[in-house]
Write a protein of this length. Structure first.
Length: 469
Protein backbone atom coordinates (compact mmCIF):
# COMPACT_ATOMS: atom_id res chain seq x y z
CA UNK A 1 0.00 0.00 0.00
CA UNK A 2 1.36 3.47 -0.78
CA UNK A 3 2.48 5.59 2.14
CA UNK A 4 1.08 9.11 2.73
CA UNK A 5 4.20 10.52 1.08
CA UNK A 6 3.13 8.88 -2.19
CA UNK A 7 -0.06 10.92 -2.41
CA UNK A 8 -0.37 12.85 -5.65
CA UNK A 9 0.70 16.33 -4.59
CA UNK A 10 3.07 18.95 -5.97
CA UNK A 11 6.80 18.41 -5.70
CA UNK A 12 8.61 18.37 -2.36
CA UNK A 13 9.69 21.48 -0.57
CA UNK A 14 11.49 22.24 2.65
CA UNK A 15 8.64 23.55 4.79
CA UNK A 16 6.76 20.94 6.79
CA UNK A 17 3.61 20.91 8.89
CA UNK A 18 3.80 19.21 12.30
CA UNK A 19 0.83 16.95 13.11
CA UNK A 20 -0.09 16.53 16.79
CA UNK A 21 -1.62 13.47 18.42
CA UNK A 22 -4.43 15.01 20.54
CA UNK A 23 -4.25 12.11 23.00
CA UNK A 24 -0.69 13.13 23.95
CA UNK A 25 -0.48 16.76 22.86
CA UNK A 26 2.80 15.94 21.08
CA UNK A 27 3.74 15.94 17.37
CA UNK A 28 4.05 12.47 15.89
CA UNK A 29 4.40 13.11 12.15
CA UNK A 30 4.42 15.86 9.55
CA UNK A 31 3.00 16.79 6.16
CA UNK A 32 4.05 19.22 3.42
CA UNK A 33 3.27 22.87 4.11
CA UNK A 34 2.70 23.89 0.52
CA UNK A 35 3.02 27.39 -0.85
CA UNK A 36 -0.13 29.04 -2.21
CA UNK A 37 1.59 29.75 -5.53
CA UNK A 38 1.97 26.00 -6.10
CA UNK A 39 -1.76 25.85 -6.73
CA UNK A 40 -1.43 27.33 -10.22
CA UNK A 41 0.11 24.13 -11.57
CA UNK A 42 -2.19 21.90 -9.49
CA UNK A 43 -5.32 23.56 -10.88
CA UNK A 44 -3.91 23.59 -14.41
CA UNK A 45 -3.33 19.83 -14.23
CA UNK A 46 -6.82 19.31 -12.81
CA UNK A 47 -8.28 21.23 -15.73
CA UNK A 48 -6.34 19.17 -18.27
CA UNK A 49 -7.50 15.95 -16.60
CA UNK A 50 -11.10 17.19 -16.61
CA UNK A 51 -11.38 16.99 -20.41
CA UNK A 52 -10.83 13.23 -20.43
CA UNK A 53 -12.65 12.46 -17.17
CA UNK A 54 -15.87 14.22 -18.16
CA UNK A 55 -16.11 12.49 -21.53
CA UNK A 56 -16.60 8.87 -20.42
CA UNK A 57 -19.40 8.26 -17.87
CA UNK A 58 -18.98 4.47 -18.02
CA UNK A 59 -15.29 4.76 -17.17
CA UNK A 60 -16.15 7.07 -14.26
CA UNK A 61 -18.58 4.53 -12.86
CA UNK A 62 -15.99 1.78 -13.08
CA UNK A 63 -13.30 3.96 -11.49
CA UNK A 64 -15.50 5.07 -8.60
CA UNK A 65 -16.52 1.51 -7.83
CA UNK A 66 -12.85 0.58 -7.81
CA UNK A 67 -12.21 3.57 -5.55
CA UNK A 68 -14.77 2.26 -3.06
CA UNK A 69 -13.10 -1.14 -3.08
CA UNK A 70 -9.67 0.43 -2.59
CA UNK A 71 -10.83 2.51 0.38
CA UNK A 72 -12.36 -0.51 2.06
CA UNK A 73 -9.22 -2.59 1.46
CA UNK A 74 -7.11 0.15 3.06
CA UNK A 75 -9.62 0.61 5.89
CA UNK A 76 -7.40 -0.55 8.74
CA UNK A 77 -4.49 1.75 7.90
CA UNK A 78 -6.79 4.70 7.20
CA UNK A 79 -8.79 4.27 10.41
CA UNK A 80 -5.73 3.97 12.66
CA UNK A 81 -4.07 7.02 11.14
CA UNK A 82 -7.32 8.96 11.40
CA UNK A 83 -7.63 8.17 15.11
CA UNK A 84 -4.00 9.08 15.70
CA UNK A 85 -4.31 12.56 14.21
CA UNK A 86 -7.95 13.38 15.03
CA UNK A 87 -8.45 11.59 18.35
CA UNK A 88 -11.80 9.84 17.86
CA UNK A 89 -12.27 6.25 19.08
CA UNK A 90 -11.06 3.68 16.61
CA UNK A 91 -14.57 2.26 16.15
CA UNK A 92 -15.74 5.70 14.98
CA UNK A 93 -12.80 5.92 12.56
CA UNK A 94 -13.70 2.55 11.06
CA UNK A 95 -17.28 3.77 10.66
CA UNK A 96 -16.01 6.91 8.90
CA UNK A 97 -13.99 4.84 6.42
CA UNK A 98 -16.94 2.50 5.80
CA UNK A 99 -19.16 5.51 5.13
CA UNK A 100 -16.59 6.82 2.64
CA UNK A 101 -16.61 3.58 0.68
CA UNK A 102 -20.39 3.46 0.71
CA UNK A 103 -20.62 7.04 -0.53
CA UNK A 104 -18.28 6.38 -3.45
CA UNK A 105 -20.33 3.34 -4.42
CA UNK A 106 -23.59 5.31 -4.13
CA UNK A 107 -22.44 8.10 -6.43
CA UNK A 108 -20.79 5.70 -8.86
CA UNK A 109 -24.26 4.43 -9.71
CA UNK A 110 -25.99 7.81 -9.79
CA UNK A 111 -26.40 9.59 -13.13
CA UNK A 112 -28.25 12.77 -14.13
CA UNK A 113 -31.42 12.40 -16.14
CA UNK A 114 -32.13 14.10 -19.43
CA UNK A 115 -35.43 15.95 -19.28
CA UNK A 116 -37.63 16.66 -22.29
CA UNK A 117 -39.72 19.83 -22.28
CA UNK A 118 -43.11 19.41 -23.97
CA UNK A 119 -44.68 22.83 -24.33
CA UNK A 120 -46.58 22.60 -27.61
CA UNK A 121 -43.89 24.09 -29.82
CA UNK A 122 -42.72 22.18 -32.93
CA UNK A 123 -39.28 21.49 -31.44
CA UNK A 124 -37.59 18.86 -29.35
CA UNK A 125 -36.26 20.62 -26.25
CA UNK A 126 -34.00 18.62 -23.97
CA UNK A 127 -32.27 19.58 -20.75
CA UNK A 128 -28.98 17.75 -20.50
CA UNK A 129 -26.29 18.08 -17.85
CA UNK A 130 -22.62 19.00 -18.04
CA UNK A 131 -19.85 19.11 -15.47
CA UNK A 132 -18.54 22.50 -14.38
CA UNK A 133 -14.75 21.96 -14.22
CA UNK A 134 -12.20 21.76 -11.40
CA UNK A 135 -13.78 21.75 -7.93
CA UNK A 136 -12.10 22.92 -4.72
CA UNK A 137 -13.05 20.82 -1.68
CA UNK A 138 -11.99 22.37 1.63
CA UNK A 139 -12.54 20.06 4.58
CA UNK A 140 -12.44 20.53 8.41
CA UNK A 141 -10.77 18.36 11.04
CA UNK A 142 -13.75 16.69 12.72
CA UNK A 143 -14.60 14.18 9.96
CA UNK A 144 -11.74 14.69 7.50
CA UNK A 145 -12.25 11.53 5.43
CA UNK A 146 -16.04 11.34 5.49
CA UNK A 147 -16.54 15.01 4.67
CA UNK A 148 -13.90 14.85 1.95
CA UNK A 149 -15.82 12.01 0.30
CA UNK A 150 -19.09 13.90 0.71
CA UNK A 151 -17.51 16.56 -1.51
CA UNK A 152 -15.37 14.66 -3.99
CA UNK A 153 -17.64 11.66 -4.62
CA UNK A 154 -20.51 13.65 -6.21
CA UNK A 155 -18.07 16.02 -7.92
CA UNK A 156 -16.17 13.15 -9.54
CA UNK A 157 -19.37 11.29 -10.42
CA UNK A 158 -20.59 14.42 -12.21
CA UNK A 159 -17.44 14.50 -14.34
CA UNK A 160 -15.49 17.17 -12.52
CA UNK A 161 -11.96 16.96 -11.19
CA UNK A 162 -11.16 17.87 -7.57
CA UNK A 163 -8.45 19.64 -5.62
CA UNK A 164 -8.87 18.55 -2.01
CA UNK A 165 -7.48 20.50 0.94
CA UNK A 166 -7.80 19.03 4.45
CA UNK A 167 -7.38 20.95 7.69
CA UNK A 168 -3.75 21.48 8.74
CA UNK A 169 -4.70 19.69 11.98
CA UNK A 170 -5.61 16.46 10.11
CA UNK A 171 -3.70 16.16 6.82
CA UNK A 172 -2.25 12.67 7.13
CA UNK A 173 -5.22 10.36 6.66
CA UNK A 174 -6.36 12.51 3.74
CA UNK A 175 -2.95 12.20 2.11
CA UNK A 176 -3.08 8.46 2.59
CA UNK A 177 -6.56 8.44 1.09
CA UNK A 178 -5.16 10.34 -1.90
CA UNK A 179 -2.49 7.67 -2.30
CA UNK A 180 -5.05 4.89 -2.17
CA UNK A 181 -7.30 6.55 -4.74
CA UNK A 182 -4.33 7.32 -6.99
CA UNK A 183 -4.08 3.59 -7.70
CA UNK A 184 -7.52 3.51 -9.36
CA UNK A 185 -8.23 7.05 -10.63
CA UNK A 186 -6.59 8.72 -13.65
CA UNK A 187 -3.78 11.17 -13.00
CA UNK A 188 -4.80 14.56 -11.58
CA UNK A 189 -8.49 13.72 -11.28
CA UNK A 190 -8.15 14.03 -7.49
CA UNK A 191 -5.26 15.99 -6.00
CA UNK A 192 -4.56 16.48 -2.29
CA UNK A 193 -2.84 19.67 -1.14
CA UNK A 194 -1.84 20.38 2.46
CA UNK A 195 -0.67 23.45 4.34
CA UNK A 196 -1.47 26.43 6.50
CA UNK A 197 -3.31 29.52 5.45
CA UNK A 198 -3.41 31.28 3.07
CA UNK A 199 -3.41 28.03 1.08
CA UNK A 200 -7.16 27.51 1.51
CA UNK A 201 -8.00 31.13 0.74
CA UNK A 202 -5.90 31.00 -2.42
CA UNK A 203 -7.60 27.78 -3.50
CA UNK A 204 -11.10 29.19 -2.91
CA UNK A 205 -10.29 32.27 -4.98
CA UNK A 206 -8.29 30.58 -7.71
CA UNK A 207 -9.59 31.66 -11.14
CA UNK A 208 -9.35 28.10 -12.47
CA UNK A 209 -11.75 26.70 -9.86
CA UNK A 210 -15.39 26.57 -10.92
CA UNK A 211 -17.04 25.28 -7.75
CA UNK A 212 -15.94 25.67 -4.13
CA UNK A 213 -17.40 23.32 -1.55
CA UNK A 214 -16.47 24.10 2.04
CA UNK A 215 -17.35 22.93 5.54
CA UNK A 216 -16.36 25.04 8.52
CA UNK A 217 -17.21 28.10 10.56
CA UNK A 218 -19.57 30.89 9.53
CA UNK A 219 -16.85 33.61 9.41
CA UNK A 220 -14.57 31.44 7.29
CA UNK A 221 -17.49 30.47 5.06
CA UNK A 222 -18.22 34.11 4.38
CA UNK A 223 -14.57 34.64 3.46
CA UNK A 224 -14.66 31.61 1.15
CA UNK A 225 -17.78 32.91 -0.58
CA UNK A 226 -16.13 36.29 -1.03
CA UNK A 227 -13.02 34.74 -2.53
CA UNK A 228 -15.03 32.55 -4.91
CA UNK A 229 -17.10 35.53 -6.03
CA UNK A 230 -14.06 37.07 -7.72
CA UNK A 231 -14.21 34.37 -10.42
CA UNK A 232 -17.97 33.83 -10.15
CA UNK A 233 -17.43 30.23 -9.02
CA UNK A 234 -20.43 28.60 -7.41
CA UNK A 235 -20.24 27.76 -3.71
CA UNK A 236 -21.65 25.08 -1.45
CA UNK A 237 -21.15 25.98 2.22
CA UNK A 238 -21.93 23.88 5.29
CA UNK A 239 -21.26 26.28 8.13
CA UNK A 240 -21.95 24.50 11.35
CA UNK A 241 -24.88 24.46 13.68
CA UNK A 242 -26.21 24.90 17.17
CA UNK A 243 -28.83 22.16 17.07
CA UNK A 244 -31.55 22.16 19.71
CA UNK A 245 -33.28 19.09 21.12
CA UNK A 246 -36.78 19.88 22.38
CA UNK A 247 -38.15 17.35 24.88
CA UNK A 248 -41.94 17.20 25.13
CA UNK A 249 -43.83 16.70 28.38
CA UNK A 250 -44.72 13.08 27.52
CA UNK A 251 -41.10 12.01 26.89
CA UNK A 252 -39.85 8.82 28.54
CA UNK A 253 -36.54 10.06 29.95
CA UNK A 254 -35.12 6.64 30.76
CA UNK A 255 -35.93 5.39 27.28
CA UNK A 256 -34.31 8.24 25.34
CA UNK A 257 -31.42 9.20 27.65
CA UNK A 258 -28.74 7.10 25.92
CA UNK A 259 -29.75 8.25 22.45
CA UNK A 260 -29.86 11.87 23.57
CA UNK A 261 -26.48 11.62 25.29
CA UNK A 262 -24.73 10.19 22.25
CA UNK A 263 -26.47 12.65 19.95
CA UNK A 264 -24.53 15.29 21.86
CA UNK A 265 -21.24 13.54 22.68
CA UNK A 266 -20.32 11.40 19.69
CA UNK A 267 -16.88 12.37 18.38
CA UNK A 268 -16.37 14.32 21.62
CA UNK A 269 -19.22 16.64 20.64
CA UNK A 270 -17.31 17.71 17.53
CA UNK A 271 -20.16 17.17 15.09
CA UNK A 272 -21.82 20.00 13.18
CA UNK A 273 -25.22 18.35 13.62
CA UNK A 274 -24.72 17.27 17.24
CA UNK A 275 -27.28 18.23 19.87
CA UNK A 276 -25.75 21.33 21.42
CA UNK A 277 -28.72 22.52 23.52
CA UNK A 278 -31.47 20.60 25.30
CA UNK A 279 -34.80 22.20 26.24
CA UNK A 280 -36.75 20.17 28.82
CA UNK A 281 -40.11 20.85 30.49
CA UNK A 282 -39.51 22.39 33.90
CA UNK A 283 -41.21 19.54 35.78
CA UNK A 284 -38.79 16.92 34.39
CA UNK A 285 -35.74 19.16 33.94
CA UNK A 286 -33.94 17.79 37.01
CA UNK A 287 -34.62 14.20 35.89
CA UNK A 288 -33.14 14.92 32.45
CA UNK A 289 -30.07 16.58 33.95
CA UNK A 290 -29.49 13.66 36.30
CA UNK A 291 -29.86 11.05 33.54
CA UNK A 292 -27.39 12.82 31.28
CA UNK A 293 -24.98 13.62 34.11
CA UNK A 294 -24.87 9.99 35.22
CA UNK A 295 -23.77 8.98 31.73
CA UNK A 296 -21.24 11.80 31.50
CA UNK A 297 -19.66 10.77 34.81
CA UNK A 298 -19.29 7.10 33.91
CA UNK A 299 -18.41 7.09 30.20
CA UNK A 300 -14.87 5.93 29.36
CA UNK A 301 -12.68 8.84 28.23
CA UNK A 302 -9.21 8.21 26.83
CA UNK A 303 -7.04 7.61 23.81
CA UNK A 304 -9.00 6.62 20.75
CA UNK A 305 -6.64 3.68 20.24
CA UNK A 306 -7.78 2.13 23.54
CA UNK A 307 -10.62 -0.28 22.69
CA UNK A 308 -12.46 0.66 25.91
CA UNK A 309 -12.61 4.37 25.04
CA UNK A 310 -15.99 5.83 24.13
CA UNK A 311 -15.00 9.53 24.08
CA UNK A 312 -11.58 10.68 22.92
CA UNK A 313 -9.79 14.01 23.31
CA UNK A 314 -10.76 17.34 21.85
CA UNK A 315 -9.06 17.29 18.46
CA UNK A 316 -6.67 20.24 18.76
CA UNK A 317 -5.37 22.86 21.18
CA UNK A 318 -7.30 25.86 19.78
CA UNK A 319 -10.58 23.96 20.04
CA UNK A 320 -9.78 22.82 23.58
CA UNK A 321 -9.20 26.47 24.52
CA UNK A 322 -12.57 27.36 22.99
CA UNK A 323 -14.35 24.65 25.00
CA UNK A 324 -12.64 25.79 28.21
CA UNK A 325 -13.57 29.41 27.51
CA UNK A 326 -17.30 28.92 26.95
CA UNK A 327 -17.54 26.59 29.96
CA UNK A 328 -15.80 29.08 32.25
CA UNK A 329 -18.05 31.87 31.00
CA UNK A 330 -21.16 29.84 31.78
CA UNK A 331 -19.97 28.85 35.26
CA UNK A 332 -18.96 32.43 36.04
CA UNK A 333 -22.46 33.57 35.03
CA UNK A 334 -24.14 31.20 37.48
CA UNK A 335 -24.34 27.87 35.67
CA UNK A 336 -23.64 24.66 37.57
CA UNK A 337 -21.76 21.64 36.25
CA UNK A 338 -23.85 18.57 37.06
CA UNK A 339 -20.96 16.60 35.55
CA UNK A 340 -17.52 17.60 34.33
CA UNK A 341 -16.87 21.28 33.82
CA UNK A 342 -13.08 21.14 33.53
CA UNK A 343 -10.10 19.94 31.58
CA UNK A 344 -8.81 16.56 32.73
CA UNK A 345 -5.40 16.29 34.35
CA UNK A 346 -2.50 14.78 32.45
CA UNK A 347 -1.25 14.89 28.88
CA UNK A 348 -3.44 15.39 25.86
CA UNK A 349 -6.43 17.56 25.04
CA UNK A 350 -8.98 15.86 27.29
CA UNK A 351 -12.03 17.67 28.66
CA UNK A 352 -14.46 15.96 31.01
CA UNK A 353 -17.89 15.30 29.45
CA UNK A 354 -19.92 18.16 30.86
CA UNK A 355 -23.60 18.67 31.61
CA UNK A 356 -24.52 22.24 32.55
CA UNK A 357 -27.67 23.34 34.36
CA UNK A 358 -28.88 26.74 35.60
CA UNK A 359 -27.32 28.20 32.46
CA UNK A 360 -28.24 31.79 31.57
CA UNK A 361 -30.00 31.59 28.18
CA UNK A 362 -27.78 34.31 26.74
CA UNK A 363 -24.56 32.49 27.66
CA UNK A 364 -22.25 31.79 24.67
CA UNK A 365 -22.44 28.05 25.42
CA UNK A 366 -26.14 28.34 24.51
CA UNK A 367 -26.15 30.96 21.76
CA UNK A 368 -22.97 29.91 19.95
CA UNK A 369 -21.53 26.63 18.67
CA UNK A 370 -19.29 25.24 21.42
CA UNK A 371 -18.22 22.20 19.34
CA UNK A 372 -17.01 20.06 22.20
CA UNK A 373 -18.11 17.76 25.05
CA UNK A 374 -20.30 20.33 26.81
CA UNK A 375 -24.11 20.27 26.86
CA UNK A 376 -26.40 22.87 28.48
CA UNK A 377 -29.85 21.66 29.60
CA UNK A 378 -32.41 24.45 29.91
CA UNK A 379 -35.93 24.31 31.41
CA UNK A 380 -39.02 25.73 29.73
CA UNK A 381 -42.54 26.49 30.97
CA UNK A 382 -44.51 26.15 27.73
CA UNK A 383 -43.82 24.81 24.27
CA UNK A 384 -43.99 28.15 22.48
CA UNK A 385 -41.25 29.40 24.80
CA UNK A 386 -39.09 26.37 23.96
CA UNK A 387 -39.54 26.77 20.22
CA UNK A 388 -38.77 30.47 20.35
CA UNK A 389 -35.52 29.66 22.14
CA UNK A 390 -34.69 26.74 19.84
CA UNK A 391 -35.17 28.97 16.78
CA UNK A 392 -33.57 32.00 18.41
CA UNK A 393 -30.01 31.73 17.11
CA UNK A 394 -28.50 32.48 13.72
CA UNK A 395 -27.96 28.77 13.07
CA UNK A 396 -30.35 26.42 11.33
CA UNK A 397 -28.61 23.16 10.51
CA UNK A 398 -30.67 20.55 12.38
CA UNK A 399 -32.95 20.01 15.33
CA UNK A 400 -34.93 17.27 17.04
CA UNK A 401 -38.10 16.68 19.04
CA UNK A 402 -38.41 13.90 21.63
CA UNK A 403 -41.69 12.50 22.90
CA UNK A 404 -44.06 9.55 23.03
CA UNK A 405 -46.86 10.90 20.80
CA UNK A 406 -45.15 10.77 17.38
CA UNK A 407 -47.84 12.77 15.56
CA UNK A 408 -47.54 15.58 18.08
CA UNK A 409 -43.74 15.41 17.95
CA UNK A 410 -43.80 15.66 14.16
CA UNK A 411 -46.07 18.69 14.32
CA UNK A 412 -43.62 20.35 16.69
CA UNK A 413 -40.64 19.37 14.50
CA UNK A 414 -42.33 21.11 11.58
CA UNK A 415 -41.98 24.37 13.50
CA UNK A 416 -38.18 24.13 13.79
CA UNK A 417 -36.24 26.53 11.57
CA UNK A 418 -33.58 24.17 10.26
CA UNK A 419 -32.59 22.02 7.31
CA UNK A 420 -33.24 18.62 8.90
CA UNK A 421 -35.46 17.66 11.85
CA UNK A 422 -35.52 14.31 13.61
CA UNK A 423 -37.98 12.71 16.01
CA UNK A 424 -36.57 10.71 18.92
CA UNK A 425 -33.10 10.59 17.38
CA UNK A 426 -30.62 13.09 15.94
CA UNK A 427 -27.90 13.51 13.30
CA UNK A 428 -28.67 10.32 11.39
CA UNK A 429 -28.38 10.78 7.63
CA UNK A 430 -28.90 8.52 4.63
CA UNK A 431 -26.77 8.77 1.53
CA UNK A 432 -29.86 9.51 -0.55
CA UNK A 433 -31.20 12.54 1.32
CA UNK A 434 -30.44 16.23 0.80
CA UNK A 435 -28.31 17.94 3.41
CA UNK A 436 -28.70 21.70 3.71
CA UNK A 437 -28.89 24.32 6.41
CA UNK A 438 -31.09 27.32 6.97
CA UNK A 439 -30.03 30.82 8.00
CA UNK A 440 -26.28 31.07 8.71
CA UNK A 441 -25.78 27.31 8.58
CA UNK A 442 -25.17 27.08 4.89
CA UNK A 443 -25.66 27.75 1.21
CA UNK A 444 -26.42 25.07 -1.35
CA UNK A 445 -27.32 21.43 -0.99
CA UNK A 446 -25.21 18.30 -0.54
CA UNK A 447 -26.21 14.64 -0.43
CA UNK A 448 -28.23 12.38 -2.68
CA UNK A 449 -29.17 13.40 -6.23
CA UNK A 450 -29.18 17.03 -5.06
CA UNK A 451 -25.45 16.74 -4.34
CA UNK A 452 -24.84 15.38 -7.82
CA UNK A 453 -26.82 18.13 -9.56
CA UNK A 454 -25.00 20.73 -7.46
CA UNK A 455 -21.88 19.73 -9.40
CA UNK A 456 -23.52 20.04 -12.82
CA UNK A 457 -24.88 22.79 -15.04
CA UNK A 458 -27.88 22.50 -17.36
CA UNK A 459 -27.29 22.40 -21.11
CA UNK A 460 -30.38 22.85 -23.27
CA UNK A 461 -30.66 21.60 -26.86
CA UNK A 462 -33.50 22.66 -29.19
CA UNK A 463 -34.15 20.71 -32.39
CA UNK A 464 -37.09 21.19 -34.80
CA UNK A 465 -39.49 18.33 -35.37
CA UNK A 466 -38.90 18.53 -39.11
CA UNK A 467 -36.29 20.14 -41.32
CA UNK A 468 -37.48 23.55 -42.48
CA UNK A 469 -37.85 24.03 -46.20
Amino acid sequence: MPTPEAARVPGPRAARLAVVDPATGEPFDEAPDQRPEELDEVVARARRAWHGWRSDPAARTTALRAAADAVETAGDALARLLTREQGKPLAESYAEIARTGARLRYFADLAPRTHRIDDGRPVHSEVRWRSVGPVAAIVPWNFPIQLAAAKFAPALAAGNTVVLKPSPHTPLATRLLGSVLATVLPDDVLTVVTGREPLGARLAGHPGIRHVTFTGSVPTGRAVAGAAAASLARVTLELGGNDAAVLLDDVDVDRIADRLFWAAFRNCGQVCMAVKRVYAPARIHAEVVEALAQRAKTVAVGSGLDPDTRIGPVSNAPQLARVEQVTRQALAAGARAAAGGRRLDGAGYFFAPTILTDVPPDSPVVTEEQFGPVLPVLPYRNLDEALTAANGTGFGLGGSVWGTDLDRAEAVADRLECGTAWINHHAELSLGQPFAGAKDSGVGVAGGPWGLYGNLRPFVVHRPWEEET
